[in-house]
Design a protein around this ligand. Structure first.
Ligand code: GP9
Ligand code: MN
Length: 621
């Protein structure tokens, strides 16, 4: 009797489907991924396929059936191990595996002791596909012809695979623009491109970082150190140590640009509380201060303020270099007896913070799990700033003093949505919904800071602290130039766009009495030395590219990550040199020397980060 044979590629098809379904069931049973809409559900369901079609498809290049089967079984085993390890890891860390984390062995202290408790019998399910495939190989009789003449079928197969991948990436990009270039969150990556593609992405980023690091041997340090020493600005003797021993509270003001300060929108004051602070004798208000962030947005601002170095040109340094050695402000404060932390009511893995904070020597991260988000207390990206500040002050009361903490606000984030009851002023009336809502949302932020100050006072934390607040980056991009032009009543040129990168900075020192508006041109890189000096901590030996703004030697020169720069006389943008007072184009030669300096400075900063050069200066090593 003739034996019935199954189509030749039955095993391949079974393998793809089995691993696909096992992976998907693994997703929904093992990870706590928030799915907000049907489209996200569809993306999650289809994303394993975009990887599996390719990887299993490679078996089509193998001539013997035996080889194909071994390959297919190995792949199913590998994918199962990947999913299983992530699931176990997730039970400990509530996060997906990333390579630098595997190298930070300190994470695994607790893990080895309790690993047994975190293995579940049901974990066998992760290997269900391997079992199904093995059975298929054993029991399904397939024809044994070789595949050599099957080029057309194979081409078609890979066209389909590529199409599935393109659809997956397209849908992901629509859900989360710039997901891959900015790669902000592991959970988002897994949700959108799938666990397997995420690991390839992670491997790619990390191997690039490792290759660059391997090339450095520390000999580059001397040249960089020379540059840094030459730019060192001695602290101002009248200011050094004026806040010694106090707690220091940094507040990262989400998307707050300086143009809203002391300004009105259709007759409504936008930031009444901050405006008051600009005239407050205990406050220094910096009105000529720029953000210097790139693609890493908030995380870049954190990086800059911590290290007084530039972020990376492509991607977020929080992701690419979280395995580096740093000489952060937090570490320095820690050495000086401070308890250091960050408070931010978002997923801890967003911007890879959980990993990067360890590299930055931050002792504690109060992430979303440290907060209780009650009914009506979340909007837009998450917890509203007012309850965030209120609960944060409660947490602060439990911190050992002196402490240093960075509070990262969230409500004033694109798309600037608010609940009706939080709108204290009407929207603006331009063609940009974003800008229209921005004023209302900035107004809400102002209110939240006012409440924060009150809470600090009520809870006895005010007098012995200093509060440093700064805008993290722009909120209104150049896509809204037309609406901005209407608001500012002028056409927005590249010169204006550059000036619009000013963010407000405040240093509030309760009881100080000699505050003023500081007009010195400065930027986020200057925060670290400025604050450490106020706290009486010397930074002469530190590899930092900014300088103390209060120092008589402070050099007014601000470089942006993309190479634009601002001096006291010129703004250089789009390869055009503008006169800062007239905003008119001027002779390019005037900008020449600064162009060179900006390039050198960015280059040295990159050298430090790419080569992980601070590992060669680290005292412990
Ligand atoms: C997310 C928050 C916002 O935790 O910091 O990040 P952003 O998009 O502004 O970089
Ligand atoms: Mn931000």
């Amino acid at each position: 009797m003739k034996r019935v044979t199954w189509p030749k590629h039955s095993v391949l098809v079974i393998a793809i489907v089995a691993t696909w379904i096992t992976t998907y069931i693994g997703y929904i049973t093992s990870f706590n991924m928030k799915i907000d809409n049907m489209m996200q559900e569809i993306i999650l369901f289809m994303n394993p396929l975009s990887f599996l079609l390719f990887v299993y498809g490679l078996s089509l290049f193998m001539k013997s059936a035996k080889r194909r089967n071994i390959y297919i079984i190995s792949i199913s085993l590998l994918t199962s191990i990947i999913m299983f390890s992530n699931a176990v890891f997730y039970r400990f860390f509530n996060d997906f595996i990333t390579l630098p984390l595997l190298f930070q062995t300190s994470n695994f202290g607790d893990l080895s002791s309790s690993i047994g408790e975190n293995l579940h019998l049901t974990d066998i399910f992760f290997f269900a596909d391997v079992i199904i495939i093995a059975l298929a190989i054993k029991f399904i009789p397939t024809s044994k012809t070789t595949l050599s003449q099957r080029n057309i079928g194979r081409k078609l197969y890979f066209v389909v695979a590529a199409t599935v991948l393109m659809i997956n990436l397209g849908l992901a990009e629509a859900q989360r623009p710039q997901l891959l270039t900015r790669s902000f969150d592991r959970e988002l990556l897994v949700k959108n491109i799938g666990a397997y593609n995420y690991h390839i992405h992670d491997l790619f980023i990390q191997s690039k970082t490792h290759a660059q690091r391997a090339l450095a041997d520390g000999s580059e340090l001397a040249e960089v150190a020379n540059y840094i020493n030459a730019n060192y600005a001695e602290p101002n003797s009248k200011m050094f140590g004026i806040a010694e021993g106090r707690n220091v509270i940094f507040v990262s003001l989400e998307s707050l640009q300086n143009f809203v300060i002391n300004n009105e929108m259709n007759g409504h004051e936008i930031t009444p509380f901050l405006n008051e602070l600009t005239n407050d004798p205990d406050t220094f208000y910096f009105n000529n201060f720029y953000h210097q962030t790139g693609l890493g947005k908030t995380s870049d601002s954190e990086f800059i303020v911590e290290n007084s170095l530039y972020g990376r040109n492509g991607g977020a340094v929080f992701f690419t270099n979280s395995g580096n050695t740093f000489n952060s402000m937090s570490e320095r404060l820690g050495e000086n007896g401070y308890f250091t932390s960050v408070m931010h009511a978002n997923n801890k893995s967003f911007w890879n913070r959980d990993i990067m904070y360890q590299a930055l020597g931050i002792e504690k991260f109060y992430d979303v799990d440290s907060y209780t988000i009650g009914e009506g207390e979340a909007v837009n990206w998450g917890m509203k700033d007012i309850p965030f500040f209120e609960q944060s002050v409660e947490i602060m009361k439990t911190m050992p003093q002196p402490f240093s903490t960075r509070m990262i606000t969230l409500t004033n984030h694109h798309p600037f949505d608010l609940d009706e009851e939080d709108m204290m002023i009407p929207p603006y009336d331009s063609n940009s919904k974003t800008l229209n809502k921005y004023f209302q949302s900035a107004r809400y932020m102002d209110e939240s800071i006012k409440i924060f100050f009150e809470e600090l006072k009520k809870n006895g934390l005010y007098d012995n602290s200093i509060i440093v607040m700064y805008g993290d980056h722009y909120g209104i991009s150049e896509n809204h130039n037309k609406a901005m032009g209407k608001y500012l009543d002028k056409e927005i040129t590249p010169f204006d766009s550059t000036v619009l990168q000013k963010v407000p900075m405040f240093i509030h020192i309760p009881g100080y009495g000699k505050g003023e508006t500081v007009e010195e041109l400065s930027g986020q890189l200057d925060v670290r030395p400025t604050i450490l000096h106020l706290l009486g901590i010397d930074t002469k030996e530190d590899m930092q590219m900014g300088a103390d703004i209060f120092s008589p030697d402070h050099d007014p020169f601000v470089v942006f990550r993309d190479g634009r720069f601002v001096t006291e006389d010129y703004i250089y943008t789009n390869e055009v040199c503008y006169d800062i007072t007239t905003g008119e184009q001027t002779d390019g030669a005037a900008c020449e020397p600064y162009i060179e300096r900006a390039t050198t400075e960015l280059g040295y900063s990159d050298l430090i980060i790419n080569g992980d050069l601070l590992r060669f200066t680290d005292k412990e090593e």
